[in-house]
Design a protein around this ligand. Structure first.
Ligand code: C2E
Ligand code: CA
Ligand code: CA
Length: 747
């Protein structure tokens, strides 16, 4: 997600920069072209003027030369002899730059410096002009002998009197010669120079012109800057100077035109703007290359920075949101994605559930197979769970061996099935050598039914998981309110138990174990009662399991032991009849090697005979570890305590246990008895069992005897004692003592 936006941003930036550069370049190109055009215009206007001045000067010089020839010819007798004249002209011609120099007399006979003679070389009309204006330049014409294009210059011979016509001196020069003279004004070879007349006929051109008339050549042209060739034509017809831009055969040009002093001719300087554009383009190109290089460098820098940034943000993302072992999301990522995923489900009106998955005894697995295998297990479980996700669902490894899932949940039973299926898929670990072993997996699901913060949902899934774990064999449990309340109560119990014990809220009650026939109290069982100042009397079933879980039962049992011993001691001291009392001990005591020792020492502290104390151990305890149990039972016997097996018939009864252990007494569970009520077969089993127990030499106490029928049956099959409401409820110590006294007195 980070990567793409970063690069997108870079791409947009570069695109923007490129656009700016492109627009800038166009603008810059226009500016440069405009500036260069202005320069070019200024240059061409200057060049045009210079061309006109230079050419005027050149023509002036030509006329001066011709005038000096005329003056030198104006000698008496100079024109008399033709041969002499030709000789003279030839001499003069060698001194000047003209091709030919000549003299045309008043009859129109023209004598050339090379000896040629021509009639009316200069036409009668032109001769008239020469006498009127004092000088003459022909238009472009063919040389009479060479056939080359030439210009003809002429001046009248000096005259002493007004109107006197002494002939004219003339000279010819090749157009080629003047074209070379124009070359000096051709702007370093880039420009073109023309001498043309007002009609646009080109007289001299450098370089050689490809057309004869500028205006006619311009028929296929079009014009720029509002200044057209037409305008030039008009200007020229008025004898004005000016400049123009025009396009000729696709080539754009600037031209400046300046009138000459002679013949109403014009000097025209032309500069193709192509050279201007070329220069502009070169400049712009260079600038563009510079800009582009800068952009490329900046772009590379930008991409580099963004890459670094995206790399570090990716690393940060990994650190914060990815579980390094399984590469799956971690809890942070899950929490982050949860609201959006949950909303999507809500919008679709699709119920959803938060499911917590845990591998049971994962720590043991780690201990036995090592961490490496443990890691492999986690990876396999993670990939199995992740692979099972459907659209819109989420998964993460929350911590160690706990995984979380957000799953669509059409209904409870379907989700239950799916989760169990998931647990089945994930609950199998295969090693690289192909060997597979089952994993035990427990799940807790919270079907999200109210808007509560995420951590509360987690708590609920966790509670459900804990409840599944409590029930062996259950894979998945759902969170329900009742269970939550139970947990809350447990928490309350836990938070007050220590103080309650110190405050004496736990009381001892005694329930007689009676003889069937006489109903006399043979012995008793000490049962705890919690007299809670606010909640009243709390029955042991609601707190003993909690204490079993948190270990507080160890303290409570010892408290009950001391209470029992104190009573026995008091009775003895007061002369009250004394009967043996059974005290319940949790299986947790068996783990304590000093248990028996402590028991003996405590009894001795109160000076109570050991045989007056009966230790009640539940059957499930026995089932757990027979060897340990045997050691304890034997140890207790050694110290003179008697031992009773409690709740026989509840849970997993095992006759095997009885065979190995030497109990003084077995207490038949009250539920067991209740079953016998309705079921004749059960009665037979009970009867057989009692028979067998008796034959093993054990005493048998029936718990929960409530009706005379039950008593009659139990007595008949050989039970020794009855503990039940039919005979007596558990009594406070004074009441129990009174009962003993009454029984003694009745005797
Ligand atoms: P338990 O050891 O099997 O105790 C006998 C239970 O049966 C007592 O329940 C007693 O009140 C009840 N009971 C006796 N006669 C009848 C009858 O005719 N009908 C019915 N329905 N019930 C009868 P209580 O006192 O509620 O104790 C429940 C359990 O709590 C005990 O079962 C015992 O496992 C545990 N417990 C009680 N006090 C202690 C103690 O100090 N330490 C330990 N570790 N456990 C205790
Ligand atoms: Ca008991
Ligand atoms: Ca019992």
């Amino acid at each position: 997600m980070y990567k793409t936006t970063g690069f997108k941003r870079a791409f947009v930036l570069i695109l923007a920069a490129a656009t700016v550069v492109a627009a800038g370049s166009v603008w810059y190109w226009r500016q440069v072209t405009e500036k260069l055009s202005q320069d070019a215009r200024a240059t061409i206007i200057g060049a045009g003027r210079e061309l006109a001045e230079n050419f005027d000067r050149l023509l002036g010089t030509e006329f001066q030369v011709l005038a000096s020839v005329a003056v030198s010819l104006d000698q008496p007798g100079a024109l008399d002899n033709r041969k002499k004249l030709v000789n003279y002209l030839d001499r003069q011609n060698r001194r000047n730059s003209f091709t030919l120099t000549g003299y045309q007399d008043s009859q129109g006979k023209a004598i050339f410096s090379d000896g040629h003679v021509l009639q009316d070389f200069i036409s009668v009309q032109d001769v008239e002009d020469i006498y009127t204006r004092g000088h003459y330049i022909s238009g472009r014409r063919k040389g009479p002998f060479s056939g080359r294009d030439i210009l003809v210059f002429a001046v009248p011979m000096p005259s002493k009197e007004e109107g006197q016509r002494n002939g004219i001196v003339f000279a010819t020069q090749t157009i080629e010669f003047y074209a070379q003279a124009l070359a000096a004004n051709a702007l370093h070879g880039e420009g073109l120079s023309f001498i043309l007349d007002r009609a646009g006929d080109i007289i001299i051109a450098y370089p050689r012109a490809v057309y004869d008339n500028l205006f006619k050549a311009g028929e296929d042209s079009h014009f720029d800057h509002g200044r057209s060739v037409l305008r030039m034509q008009q200007d020229m017809s008025r004898g004005e100077s000016g400049w123009t831009g025009y396009t000729l055969r696709g080539e754009h040009r600037f031209a400046s035109y300046t009138p000459l002093e002679y013949n109403e001719w014009y000097a025209l300087s032309v500069l193709p703007t192509k050279s201007v554009a070329d220069r502009a383009q070169t400049l712009v190109l260079l600038s563009l290359i510079l800009c582009l290089s800068i952009i490329v460098v900046l772009g590379i820098l930008l991409v580099f920075i963004l890459r670094m940034q995206s790399q570090s943000s990716r690393a940060l993302y990994r650190m914060g949101f990815v579980d390094p072992l399984t590469e799956a999301d971690n809890l942070n990522a899950f929490r982050f994605k949860f609201p959006r995923a949950a909303n999507a489900f809500k919008e679709k009106k699709q119920p959803y559930a938060l499911v917590m998955v845990n591998i049971n005894r994962f720590k043991a697995l780690n201990d036995i197979y090592g961490f490496e295998q443990g890691d492999q297990v986690l990876k396999q479980v993670a990939s199995a769970l992740q692979g099972s996700l459907k659209e819109g669902e989420l998964f993460c490894r929350s911590s160690a061996d706990i995984f979380l899932l957000l799953l669509a949940c059409p209904d409870r039973s379907e989700l239950g099935r799916r989760v169990e299926e998931l647990a089945g898929q994930a609950g199998r670990y295969c090693q690289s050598d192909g060997k597979c072993m089952p994993l035990s997996i427990t799940c807790g699901a919270y079907l999200v039914d109210e808007e509560v913060p995420f951590y509360i949902m987690m708590d609920r899934a966790n509670l459900a998981w804990a409840s599944a774990k409590e029930h062996a064999g259950q894979i998945c449990a759902f969170y329900d309110e009742q269970y939550r309340r139970q947990i809350v109560t447990e928490k309350q119990i836990e938070s007050t138990m220590e103080q309650s014990l110190r405050d004496g809220e736990f009381k001892i009650y005694l329930q007689p174990k009676c003889d069937f026939k006489t109903a006399r109290t043979h012995s008793a069982e000490a049962l705890v009662r919690w007299m809670h100042p606010k909640r009243g009397m709390i029955p042991p079933d609601s707190f003993i399991p909690v204490f079993e879980k948190n270990g507080f039962i160890l303290k409570l049992d010892m408290f009950m032991l001391e209470e029992t011993l104190r009573l026995l001691k008091t009775w003895k001291e007061r002369g009250t009849p004394v009967v043996p009392v059974g005290v319940n001990f949790s299986r947790l005591h068996l783990q304590d090697p000093r248990f028996i020792e402590v028991l003996a020492q405590t009894a001795d502290k109160y000076g109570v005979d050991h045989h007056l104390l009966e230790v009640e151990l539940t059957e499930s305890v026995v089932f757990g570890n027979v060897d340990l149990m045997k050691q304890v039972v034997d140890g207790l016997h050694e110290k003179g305590f008697s031992v009773a097996m409690d709740d026989f018939g509840a849970g997993y009864s095992s006759l095997n246990v009885l065979k190995n252990l030497d109990f003084d007494c077995v207490k038949l569970d009250k539920e067991f008895l209740a079953c016998g009520e309705e079921n004749p077969r059960m009665r037979q089993i009970i009867s057989g069992l009692v028979h067998m127990l008796k034959s093993l030499g054990s005493g048998v106490v029936a718990e929960g005897v409530e009706t005379p029928e039950q008593a009659e049956f139990l007595s008949r099959i050989g039970c020794d004692l009855a503990q039940g409401y039919l005979f007596s409820r558990p009594l406070p110590p004074q009441d129990f003592a009174q009962r003993l006294i009454d029984e003694r007195d009745k005797k």
